[in-house]
Structures are given as C-alpha cells and as structure tokens.
Design a protein around this ligand. Sequence first.
Ligand code: ADP
Ligand code: MG
Length: 315
Amino acid sequence: MTLRSSARLRPAGARLAKNAPQEIAPQQSARTASSPAAKASTAQQLAALGIDTRPLHRPAARVIAIASGKGGVGKTFLSATLAQAMARNERHGRVLLVDLDLGLANVDVQLGLSPERDLGQVLAGRITAAEAVTTLAEAGFHVLAGRSGSGALAALAQAELSHLLDGLAALAPTYGRVVLDLGAGADRTVRRLAGAAGTVLVVTTDEPTALTDAYAFIKLSQADAPGADRRIIVNMAASLAEGQRTYATLARACARVLGAAPPLAGIGRRDAQVRDAIRAQRPLLSGHPNCDAGRDIEALAATLAAPMLPGELLA
Ligand SMILES: Nc1ncnc2c1ncn2[C@@H]1O[C@H](COP(=O)(O)OP(=O)(O)O)[C@@H](O)[C@H]1O
Ligand SMILES: [Mg+2]
C-alpha cells in the first residue's frame, strides 16, 4: 500500500490531521520513489524549495524538547536514548531527562526506575524540582520522573504549569543538557512546555497520520514562535534512505504551505533491539551500544553537540 492510499484510509480519529495540507501525501508511491529518476526529481524539487535533506550539524540549545503530533512514534525512547548518548560524551556535560508527558508519563517504566520522588510532589509544592531528581547510575544521567500510571498531571492549570516551568528554569543551569520528553499532540500545554526549550525536535514516522500530525505541530508552534529552532527526526525508518524520503515528504508540505521547512536533525532506523531494551526496561545503549538505532541516536547526539553560549537557558 502506498502512503497516499493509506492516507485516504486514515481514520477520522487523527486529532490534528484536519490542519494538514493535502500535499502531505508524497508525490509518488514508495515503489516509484526508489527509482533513480524519482530520487533525482525529489532532490531537485527540494533544492528548488531551498531544502537540504542532509541532517543538520548545528549546535543545539541546552534545553532540548522531543515533541510529535501523534503518540507512539518513539518520543520517550528517543528522549531516553538521546540522554544516554549525550551522557556518554563529556562534551555535553551533566544530562537531565525530564518526563513532561503529563498525561501518560512513562520514562520511569521504559528505564526500569521506581522513583520515590516525581513531578507530582513538585507540583504539590512539597519538594523542589532539584529534590525530585533521581540518578540513573547505569546510564550516567539524571531523571526527573513524571507521575506514571496516574494521569494526575494531565490537566494542569496555567498557574501550575508556570510553577513547573519556574522549577525547571532553576534546575536547568546546573546541567549541560536537559532533555524534555513531551506528550503527544499540540495542545496549549504541550506547546507551552515546548516553548521552554531552545531546540525542539519534532518526531515523525512514515505513517500518514504521524506525518500530518507532525505537520500540524510544526504549523501551530511556528505560529507561537516563528524564529524558534525546530528540527525533524524521522524514527522507525526502514533505512536511512527511506528516512530521507519521509523527511522530504514532510519538508515539502511545510515549505509549500508554511514557506519554510525545519531541517532534518536525524533518522532513527527501525530496530528490533529497541523493543528488547524497552521490554527489559534497560536503556538501549547499555545492552546494545552498536545496534542500528543506537548508532543513529549517537549520531544525532553528535550533531547536537556544541559549547553552550552564556545565558542560553530556558527561554
Ligand atoms: N527505532 C525504533 N525501532 C523499533 N521500535 C521502535 C523504535 N522507536 C520506538 N519504537 C517502538 O515504539 C514504541 C513506542 O515508543 P515510545 O517511545 O513509547 O513512543 P511515544 O513516547 O512517542 O509515545 C516503543 O515501545 C518501541 O517498541
Ligand atoms: Mg512517550
């Protein structure tokens, strides 16, 4: 089935899809896209739109948020593995991973943590954000866990959100990198949390619903903060070449409708070891440092590495 035909079959339940342009479906089928002629024409089209499909090598901000429109695209896995990859390279300094999926927190579950303290207690005013931090010794980074399994933080008032962001802003300067694992969707809360990061990595897969929802997230967050540093990650790609094509599909839609496309941050290949690591509740790079997805995320971390600029904190 081509992406175009599956886009037609997309269920109405895709929350954000109504914001997406028709152009989100690729111009040609996956089969014809892999022919050399089709590749050349895609590259030409993208070059004409000013889009470079090579991953961007540019310093990222201290605070990096991982967002998506659709759930299940790998945000939590990428956040945890990116935090681990960064912690393995001292250029990044100390690394903190914050579970900001307020409705469906599960960083702790993916990493096999049973934290005694979490964001719920921070929001209740019982402890500070710094006091809620847990050390994940095996992976070499710190975790600020959400309230997994409760959904209790799903509907925060704006004042509570401000309290949370103030706590993070106080904590961030004590780390070299802070990775924020956001919830799916593009509601006001998610966008406000994304706005706390200097760099936002928007995750998609090649599924039409993931693409349309990523597009909608980009469109809405661009309206909030036109000049912000947003980049795209293609996850669960069948190959690096397929990942490039998926990026090109999204970039083309962004360029046509929004006038510009976020650059490609990186591609994470689909890899059976990811599932194994999550089942074992172990950070990927601890057990499988050289698997395809692990190498891809190490490469992503490398492209984001750079010395911090003074005062480059939470916005
Ligand atoms: N690169 C990948 N290769 C294979 N499976 C993946 C990959 N990334 C994510 N997954 C699978 O997708 C599932 C959902 O990932 P998760 O990080 O929980 O998504 P999200 O946080 O976006 O909802 C994981 O349980 C894992 O099995
Ligand atoms: Mg998640």
